[in-house]
Write a protein of this length. Structure first.
Length: 705
């Protein structure tokens, strides 16, 4: 049924179905496995043949159905020997299927593969595609070492054993290109030892003439169009001013070993920046996939192979490569168990790859701490993408959803200093999808709700519904009790636009409110950071948070105010842990380098580091109200609440209250929202209760105070 003259393939040049034809090359290899490599010992048994499909394909159908006592083992061996000799006589005319041959030739030219490389690649593809060949190779065993596989391929393909070993070595072109490597971890079958780039690689090599990009499908993909503009990255303009022209030069000069490391919190636009730069330079960007076509994660070792293949196949094309989630390669080990990462186990190779790669590459990570410093120094540029500053956030939000929500909503959302562009984009897409079902107010509520939920899930504070920096209508410097002229300080700061103030005193005496007022006077944004915003349980993170706060304020041109500064400037003489000293040092460094206005506030100045105190241009104590100030503020609030003018007796009672502060009156105004104040007497009683709760006392009489 299957004679030795069959040499036609399917009409399109692809592989025939095995059940129809066994083409000459496959036939030759199977016969060699049987007769040269002693596969007949497992195929031709004393009572019959071990594989009916192979038997029929080789023309031994008449021996398949024979009962054991009629099976002629000697006759079968004679037939196999004759078929083998006939196949060997025509071996010079046997070729791989046309499509596979063309694709291997094309790859060989691109990658400068040797003839030995090409023969091995043909075999590796076919052993993955042809079940009969795979089954026949199993006659060699299922626990083959690398040396045994090299020897087997040498005999099967009639190649020098030395050249086969070279081709399959880590230094060989097949391995260096990522197309084919030999699995050196333990023993396996022939197919298991020959590891192709991806599960779909063999199919694409045999199904049609393949573009190199098609061969990478499932491991490397053409990037989508960017969604952000270069203007959205104004907060890293200094880096972009270097990065953009450098990448243009690298592409125009075919510069080798160009590697850019982009790091920052999730969603800050690292991928979008790479896509935008590629678009601006009119070149393709290819992303190394972190999951396969079935959606399953791809391990770091295989991603590195995909990267090598992309470097090899794209080297003559104007393109860039993006390798996201580099933690898969640089941080997939375990220090606790003494297991090195993928990159560390191949350190020398990794260094060579970084230094000699022909295609410029963006490496992306959420944290630079995941990368060994020895690798970091090999990147041409390391660029951090932090959460954009407030003005930049507002611009991104406006472009994303200004047609859906009002300016007040945009301003509220922009106040979150943990809000990344990706969170805005995702929430906006949801609201836009249901746009027709929502009016503007509904869209605003939905957008703020979605963003708030995501922020909370990330471990951050939800959006604040009101403007936290808005001053009450009753605010007046006359109702503060400082030991310096605050108006004069404000006038001086208007002139120089830089200074460091330390405001200290009891809680509620107006320190934070003064910072808001000063920002208004200077006409600059205000960024308020509290200790809870900056402190971290992880070593080194508090220092990074401090640096980020100062950097964002500088980029925004904002007045930076840090509350509870005593958390960061404790006297270093009292430090018991190394990080307590490094926090103070970092704060002092940032203070001195900050070019704008910085205000630190604290209720506990006594424990501050003496060196820190010397670095403040002014230290202002804000104390409890004087009696006349307390009475004046009481009158103002009575008027604001519509309670009329207080009686002299009520004013005298207020004057006798000790430890009154502007914050006490602010607390009354907040209570009024849910517990309306109906009379002057009620307001006076509530103030008295507030003083009692915080341990205050009536003001002493006479000259004792």
């Amino acid at each position: 049924m299957y004679d030795d003259d069959i040499d036609e393939l399917t009409e399109d040049g692809g592989l025939p179905e095995v059940s129809q034809k066994l083409y000459p090359l496959l036939r030759l290899w199977i016969l060699r496995l049987l007769m040269r490599m002693r596969g007949h010992r497992k195929f031709v048994r004393f009572r019959g043949l071990a594989d009916d499909d192979i038997a029929v394909a080789l023309g031994l159908r008449k021996h398949v159905s024979l009962v054991s006592d009629r099976f002629d083992r000697t006759g079968v061996m004679d037939e196999l020997n004759a078929k083998h000799q006939a196949a060997e006589a025509r071996r010079d005319r046997t070729r791989a299927p046309a499509v596979l041959a063309r694709n291997v030739t094309r790859l060989g030219t691109m990658l400068e593969l040797t003839p030995t490389d090409c023969r091995i690649l043909e075999f590796a593809v076919l052993v993955n595609q042809e079940e009969m060949l795979d089954n026949a190779c199993d006659w060699l065993g299922h626990s083959l070492s690398t040396t045994q596989v090299v020897r087997a391929l040498s005999r099967l393909l009639e190649l020098s054993e030395h050249r086969v070993a070279q081709s399959l070595s880590p230094q060989g072109l097949l391995s260096r290109s990522g197309i084919l490597s030999i699995n050196r971890q333990g023993s396996s079958s022939v197919r298991g030892k020959l590891d192709l780039l991806s599960p779909t690689f063999a199919d694409r090599m045999t199904s049609a003439d393949a573009d190199p990009i098609d061969l990478l499908r499932g491991t490397v993909a053409l990037a989508a169009a960017p969604e952000l503009a270069l203007s959205d990255f104004g907060h890293i303009q200094e880096s972009l001013a270097i990065l953009q022209p450098y990448m243009r030069l690298a592409l125009s000069k075919s510069r080798r070993g160009v590697n850019i490391f982009l790091h920052g919190p999730p969603g800050t636009g690292k991928t979008q920046l790479a896509r935008r730069l590629a678009s601006e330079m009119n070149c393709d960007l290819f992303e190394v996939s972190s999951e396969n076509e079935d959606g399953d994660p791809v391990e770091g070792e295989r991603r590195l192979r995909a990267y090598r293949a992309a470097q090899a196949l794209l080297s003559k094309r104007r393109s860039l490569i993006l390798f996201d989630e580099v933690e898969d390669v640089f941080n997939d080990g375990s220090e606790f168990f003494g297991r090195k990462s993928t990159a560390q186990t191949r350190k020398a190779w990794m260094n060579r790859m970084l230094e000699d790669a022909p295609v410029p590459t963006f490496w992306l990570s959420n944290s630079i701490t995941s990368v060994d410093p020895a690798f970091i120094r090999r990147f041409d540029m390391v660029v951090e993408l932090p959460i954009p500053p407030r003005t930049q956030r507002q611009r991104i939000i406006e472009r994303a959803c200004a047609d859906l929500v009002g300016v007040d909503c945009v301003a509220r959302i922009a106040e979150s200093d943990r809000l990344s562009p990706a969170v805005v984009a995702r929430a906006t897409s949801v609201v836009r999808a249901m746009d027709k079902a929502l009016d503007r107010a509904g869209a605003e509520r939905a957008l703020e709700h979605l963003i708030g939920n995501t922020l909370e899930a990330q471990g951050h504070a939800r959006l604040i519904r009101h403007d936290p920096n808005r001053l009450p209508s009753t605010y007046d410097l006359a109702f503060l009790n400082p030991d310096a002229d605050l108006q004069a300080i404000a006038d001086g700061l208007k002139a120089v636009r830089a200074g460091r103030l330390c405001l200290y005193g009891p809680p509620g005496t107006g320190k934070t409110a003064f910072g808001r007022w000063l920002a208004q006077q200077l006409d600059v944004p205000l960024q308020v950071r509290r200790a809870s915003d900056l402190l971290s349980p992880y070593i080194g993170m508090t220092e990074k948070n401090l640096a980020r706060a100062f950097r964002e304020a500088e980029l925004d041109g904002a007045l930076l105010m840090i509350d509870e500064i005593d958390s960061f400037l404790r006297d270093r003489k009292e430090a018991q842990r190394p990080w307590e000293v490094t926090q103070v040092n970092e704060m002092l460094t940032q203070m001195e380098a900050f070019p704008g206005v910085f205000i630190a506030s604290t209720n506990l100045i006594e424990g501050l580091d003496p060196a820190a105190l010397r670095r403040f241009d002014a230290k202002v104590r804000l104390d409890f109200l004087q009696p006349d100030q307390a009475v004046g503020l009481f009158r103002t609030h009575c008027q604001a609440l519509g309670l009329g003018v207080p009686d002299p007796s009520d004013e005298a009672a207020v004057a006798r209250l000790g430890h009154l502060a502007p914050g006490d009156f602010a607390a009354m105004m907040r209570q009024n929202r849910f517990r309306p104040i109906g009379s002057v007497g009620q307001l006076l009683a509530m103030l008295g209760a507030e003083i009692a709760l915080k341990g205050g006392s009536r003001r002493p009489m006479g000259f004792v105070h």
